[in-house]
Design a protein around this ligand. Structure first.
Ligand code: NAD
Ligand code: ZN
Length: 252
């Protein structure tokens, strides 16, 4: 396919690559995304996930934890798919600067990208944090409490516990956001994979990269609002497209 070849040439010539990922990079690992048919939004009302609701209503927290109790084992037991491995391979090839991810599943790290090379813009599902005292708990520990019958777990200080993920209406961790903007502005190739590119400020990153002179590749199942900005757009499955691009570079 011509587009794969074009993308491979861009990767071959690049020295500092930022890979930006969304939920679509993990669907082939069995984790549903938000907006696809069968995605999380088709089963749950997005309003229920608003941060303001979570902090203001015990009932919202109950619903949130019930949803979260279902999703956590899927995330915990999921394995990286060929897309995550292809990205880790870019690291071994010396091409990758960082992965900026909107995902909370930790699969890039599981695939072998070093921890300090993954910027988690929307936090992580692997930790739970107390909104009052800031204490962090391992997610599995809190999960066990849910399994034992607690519906709305609390911190020992009495504070509200919340998974260390960023909800709608909650601001992004300022350090991660600044670092993501800085890396986006200083790469020479920016590759978006499996993101609908509609969730801001995350979706600003490709715009920042492009404005700073980087080439832009977008790989997604469906069109995104930023396709017009891209040098190469590839419609397809991340787990099929990314390994092909990496293989092609190795053969060049
Ligand atoms: P999204 O659900 O809005 O978009 C995902 C995009 O990926 C869609 O456009 C879809 O067509 C595409 N896609 C699905 N499967 C694909 C595949 N196999 N190959 C290529 N493309 C594929 O997700 P988003 O843009 O990441 O933003 C929504 C929010 O969802 C983020 O804030 C993120 O924190 C959260 N989220 C994360 C996870 C996770 O950690 N795995 C899962 C669900 C939602
Ligand atoms: Zn506390």
């Amino acid at each position: 396919m011509e587009e794969i070849r074009k993308a491979a040439k861009l990767l071959r010539d690049a020295r500092k690559v930022v890979v930006f990922t969304g939920a679509g990079v993990s669907t082939e690992s069995g984790i549903p995304d938000f907006r696809s048919p069968g995605g999380i939004w088709t089963k749950y009302d997005p309003d229920e996930f608003l941060y303001q609701k979570f902090i203001s209503s015990e009932e919202s927290r109950r619903k949130y934890w019930a949803f979260s109790k279902e999703l956590w084992p899927i995330i915990r037991d999921s394995k990286p798919n060929p897309a995550h491995y292809a990205i880790a391979e870019m690291w071994r090839m010396g091409k990758l600067d960082v992965v900026i991810t909107q995902n909370v599943d930790g699969l890039h790290q599981k695939a072998g990208v070093p921890e300090d090379r993954v910027i988690e813009l929307h936090g992580t599902a692997w930790w739970v944090v107390c909104l009052d005292c800031g204490k962090r708990f391992e997610r599995e520990e809190v999960h066990r409490r849910l399994l034992e019958g607690e519906e709305v777990p609390r911190c020992e200080c009495g504070g509200i516990l919340k998974p260390a993920t960023i909800s709608f209406g909650q601001s992004l961790p300022p350090d991660a956001l600044m670092e993501a903007e800085r890396r986006s502005a200083s790469c020479d190739l920016f590759i978006c994979v499996g993101s609908s590119l509609v969730v801001y400020p995350a979706a600003n990153m490709p715009i920042i990269a492009k404005r700073s002179g980087a080439k832009l590749i977008i790989i997604n199942l469906v069109p995104t609002p930023q396709d017009g900005l891209a040098d190469v757009v590839i419609k397809g499955k991340a787990g099929e497209v990314l390994p092909k691009i990496v293989e092609e570079v190795k053969e060049m």
